[in-house]
Design a protein around this ligand. Structure first.
Ligand SMILES: [Zn+2]
Length: 83
């Protein structure tokens, strides 16, 4: 066996190992991305009872239907009360 054959063998081995590892890698990457988005969403959603008036606020709502506070104010107030 000469140099080129070894190189080809190495390339095949690398391809094989890489191919078997790729799905796992992609899955773990997708999972962390999902977790990241989940955390981001939880952090930025005003969904749930309004901390100012107690009225249920929809997940995508920009303002509270009860007191008119903005989603940003509700999220900030929730952080204060839950901390
Ligand atoms: Zn409110």
């Amino acid at each position: 066996m000469g140099g080129p054959e070894l190189l080809i063998l190495f390339a095949i081995l690398l391809l094989f190992v890489g191919a078997s590892r790729l799905p796992k890698l992609a899955r773990s990457m997708g999972q962390s991305k999902k977790e990241f988005h989940k955390g981001l969403k939880e952090d930025q959603s005003a969904e749930g009872p309004c901390p100012f008036c107690g009225v249920e606020v929809a997940e995508e709502a920009k303002f509270c239907p009860g007191c008119g506070k903005s989603a940003e104010e509700i999220i900030a107030e929730k952080k204060v009360t839950s901390a």
